[in-house]
Design a protein around this ligand. Sequence first.
Ligand SMILES: Cc1ncc(COP(=O)(O)O)c(C=O)c1O
Length: 462
Amino acid sequence: MSYRVPPSEQVSTTTAADSHPTPTGISTRSIHAGARPEAHTGSVVAPIFQTSTFQMDTPGETRAGFDYARTGTPNRSDLEEVLCELEGATFAAAVNSGTSAEAAVFSALLGPGDEIIIPRDIYGGTYRLLVNEYQRWGVTIRTVDLTNTAELAAAITDKTAIVWVETPSNPGLDIIDIEEAARLAHAANAILAVDSTFATPFLQRPIELGADVVIHSTTKFINGHSDVIGGAVLAGDGSTCPRAAEVIDRLSEHLASVGLGISPFDAWLTRRGIKTLPLRMAKHCENAQIVAEWLESRPEIAEVYYPGLPSHPGHSIAKRQMSGFGGVVSFCTDTEARALSLVSGTELITLAESLGGVESLIDHPATMTHLSVADCELSISPRFIRLSLGIEDIDDILADLEAAFAKSAEAGRAEPAPSEAGSAAATAEATTAEAATAEATTAEAAPGESALSVKADALTGA
Ligand SMILES: Cc1ncc(COP(=O)(O)O)c(C=O)c1O
């Protein structure tokens, strides 16, 4: 069971089960949608329904629509309802990871002979999932610079089933024009799917911009407390193109058959986290903007990637399609040694995979989150650092970075500064041999087409 907005009632409506009128402001919805006092005791916060099955009074007749917890639970429904309302979607399913959300979309909507177009800067796990699991189904993966929609127009064929957009992207913070990508995809009867993890519905609502499917790793900003792995698949009303009309039914059937649903406790935690999403996102954005500007002024930094900077190539698109620029800032240092020194040198900012929590986290993608794309066209420079700004006091964050830079002074003298600088993916250099345990063969790959075999032991985190 997933959540579907009742026909012709979206966002500012009530469901049959809901005695409150659903409010329209996003902060109010974050608190109240899918969060009503429990009927039996009056508990203001819903309990965790930790059960695998539900009593029936007569065979086949459920009391509240729940029969068996693989297909649905009250906590999961609550979470799906708020996600649907925030995203302006028609359909929502809360699953057990962002990667499960992706797998559900790929399994439900791709078949042998289909092509999927993906951006050149993408979460490494998405790439690994496609290459390891769907290439052997006979799906062709085309990597395209989607920041340039002319390249998308040239790459779409009549076999394109999905155009997959990640914006802002992980780790390079590329910005893709969702409206234009939707227009091009629909003209070819292809689905536009957007991984909107870095934005959350507070900053960006792809369905309103024409997307058919949105996925989130709710592990990140949506839950926001680094204590849950979760994901969500959302879909629009299917009116954009003939292929889109089938999306909700295909997703529903797949999800009910496979059982990827998030557990009651994780759903409950995520629902709680969402209550502060607007407040948290505002602070993440504020801190990230200050840190991005501060980094841009540092001589040790070759390039800063943050869509809130006027120097970012996607700044004007981001201003149009987002209401804030997000909480992640990436940058390239002058030397690899400095990058390694910096990520190990912070104290308040924790060296860890993942992002989007209330605490600031620092990541060296080439050796951590994006190890699975080492040695292929998507590899990340070893001078590249991803910083997820938490909601701590900005002075403490800056003091920690300042101290780490001071400690890295020696490392900066270790190698000459590289001369070139460009976008994150364009400056991506082959990762060092020590870091690259991922095995990849591009020998048979046609241009723009991936024939990679990513080793399962080169697992990426987030
Ligand atoms: C943009 C993006 N999409 C999807 C995922 C996968 O999410 P999860 O780790 O919850 O499976 C991640 C994880 O980092 C991500 O950054």
